[in-house]
Design a protein around this ligand. Structure first.
Ligand code: APR
Ligand code: PHB
Length: 397
C-alpha cells in the first residue's frame, strides 16, 4: 500500500476538477486529482460550448484563457425562431454590453489539462475503485487502485468533482442528502460536422416538429441538435435523415443557407434537471455535475460548474490563508442559490422551446404567444438576455 498526503484531494478531472486544481495551484495550495478514465477519454466527450463572462474571467484568473480569447467566438446575441420566423435577442444591448463566448467545453478541458501538465501537478488517470473515506472526521482519505496496487491519499478536504455518475455523492448516507429531479420526455440528437455554420450566431428554434439548435465551434465547424423521442437510437439517424429533419425545423432563409456534410460525431443525450442539497458533507464538497444537472437549452452546465469551483477555491483559500472557515460554511448555500436560479432558467427555456405533444395545440399556441411577447417586449427580451449571459457572482447578496 502507498500513502500520500495533500491538502485537497480532488476526485474527477473534468472541467470542475481541473479548474479547481488550477485555482488552488495559483494560490499555493496542494492538490492531487484522481480520475477514473484516461486523459484521451476525458477529451473525447463533446458538450455545450457557451461561456458566460463570469466563466471567461475565471479561466483568465486560472491562467488558461489565452487560446479562448484567440479562437473563441464572441457573440452579442442569438436568434429565436418560432412560427417560421427568426427574431434576434440583442443580448449585448439588453445587458449593458455583456457578451457570451462560444468556445467548446472540450477545448476548455484541453487548456486546463495542458496547464496542469506544464506545471507538473499530480493527476492520476485510470485510477480504479476510487473510494472516499471518513469525510465526516478531521482525517478524510481517498483510496484507489492503479496497476493492481492500492493507494491512499490523506488530505484535509475532498472535492467531489466526479460528475453525475461519480462516487462522491453516492458515498453520502441517504438520510443526509435530498435530491430534486425532473426527467424530460425527450432527448437531444447532436451532430458535429466540418461545415460552415448556417448563421454567425446561434439559432434556437421552436417548431411543431420539435426543437432544433444551430450552434458552432468555429467558422468551419458546426454543431446542430434536434429534439428526438427518448426511444430513438442514434443508429436510426443517418446523416441524410438528420439534415432533412433539421431543414424542416428551420426558416426558409436558414434552410437555404444550410451547408451539410458528413457527421464527425453523433449522439443522443437525455435531458434532466437535478439538484442535490446540501453540497457539503463534513470535509467533502460536491461541485459541478456531481451536484447538479441542467438541461442544455440555456448552456448553463459548464458555467455553473465554474462558479461552484470559484466559491470552493475561495473557501479553501480563506481557510488556509486567512484561517477562517466562513467560506467553507457558506459554500453550499451560496452555490445552491445560484444553481436554483440557473436551473429555473434552464427549465423555463426548455419548456418554452420544445414540443410537448401532451400539451396539445393549445400548448403550442401558448408557447408562440409567450415567444411573441418576449421578442417584442423590452422587459421580456431583457429577462431572457440577462439570464442567458449569466447573473453576476454576487447577485442578490
Ligand atoms: N472516480 C474518479 N473519477 C471519476 C469517478 C470516480 N468514481 N466517476 C467519475 N469520474 C470522473 C469522470 O470520468 C469525469 O472525467 O469525473 C469527471 C467528471 O467530469 P464531468 O462529468 O465533465 O463533470 P464536471 O467536471 O463537473 O463538468 C461539468 O460537464 O456535463 C458537463 O454540462 C456539464 O458543462 C458541465 C460540465
Ligand atoms: C453547443 O454548442 O453545443 C450548445 C450551445 C448552446 C446550447 C447548448 C449547446 O444552449
Amino acid at each position: 500500500m502507498r500513502n500520500t498526503r495533500t491538502q485537497v484531494a480532488i476526485v474527477g478531472a473534468g472541467p470542475s476538477g481541473l479548474l479547481l486544481g488550477q485555482l488552488l495551484f495559483k494560490a499555493g495550495i496542494d492538490a492531487i486529482i484522481v480520475e477514473r478514465q484516461s486523459g484521451d477519454y476525458v477529451l473525447s466527450r463533446i458538450r455545450a460550448g457557451v461561456l458566460e463572462q463570469v466563466t471567461m474571467d475565471l479561466l483568465d484568473e486560472a491562467g488558461v484563457g489565452q487560446r479562448m480569447h484567440q479562437e473563441g467566438l464572441v457573440h452579442g446575441g442569438f436568434d429565436l425562431l418560432f412560427n417560421g420566423a427568426r427574431h434576434r435577442i440583442n443580448v449585448n444591448a439588453l445587458t449593458g454590453g455583456k457578451n457570451v463566448m462560444v468556445y467548446g467545453q472540450t477545448e476548455v478541458t484541453r487548456d486546463l489539462m495542458l496547464a496542469r501538465e506544464q506545471a507538473g501537478l499530480p493527476t492520476v488517470y485510470e485510477a480504479e475503485k476510487v473510494q472516499i473515506h471518513d469525510f465526516d472526521s478531521a482525517k478524510p482519505r481517498v483510496s484507489y487502485e492503479k496497476n493492481g496496487q492500492l493507494h491512499t491519499i490523506e488530505c484535509d478536504f475532498i472535492a467531489g468533482c466526479d460528475g453525475f455518475h461519480g462516487v462522491c455523492r453516492a458515498s453520502v448516507p441517504k438520510g443526509a442528502i435530498k435530491e430534486f429531479e425532473k426527467v424530460y420526455p425527450f432527448g437531444w440528437l447532436g451532430v458535429l460536422s466540418d461545415t460552415p455554420p448556417v448563421h454567425h450566431e446561434l439559432i434556437y428554434a421552436n417548431s411543431t416538429r420539435g426543437f432544433a439548435l444551430c450552434s458552432q465551434r468555429s467558422a468551419i465547424r458546426s454543431r446542430y441538435y434536434l429534439q428526438v423521442p427518448l426511444s430513438d437510437k442514434v443508429e436510426q439517424w443517418s446523416d441524410e435523415a438528420f439534415w432533412a429533419e433539421l431543414r424542416h425545423r428551420l426558416d426558409p432563409e436558414a434552410r437555404e443557407h444550410l451547408v451539410t456534410g458528413p457527421s464527425i460525431e453523433k449522439s443522443i443525450a437525455p435531458l434532466r434537471s437535478f439538484v442535490t442539497e446540501p453540497m457539503r458533507f463534513g470535509r467533502m464538497f460536491l461541485a459541478g455535475d456531481a451536484a447538479h444537472i441542467v438541461p442544455p437549452t440555456g448552456a448553463k452546465g459548464l458555467n455553473l460548474a465554474a462558479t461552484d469551483v470559484k466559491y470552493l477555491s475561495s473557501a479553501f483559500i480563506a481557510y488556509y490563508h486567512d484561517k477562517t472557515e466562513s467560506g467553507i460554511d457558506r459554500y453550499s448555500e451560496r452555490c445552491l442559490r445560484r444553481i436554483w436560479r440557473a436551473s429555473r432558467f434552464s427549465w423555463w427555456f426548455t419548456s418554452l422551446m420544445h414540443h410537448f405533444p401532451e400539451n396539445g395545440d393549445i400548448g403550442q399556441k401558448f408557447q408562440d404567444a409567450e415567444l411573441d411577447y418576449l421578442v417584442h417586449s423590452q422587459a421580456g427580451s431583457q429577462n431572457i438576455a440577462e439570464n442567458y449571459v449569466g447573473l453576476p457572482l454576487n447577485f442578490g447578496e
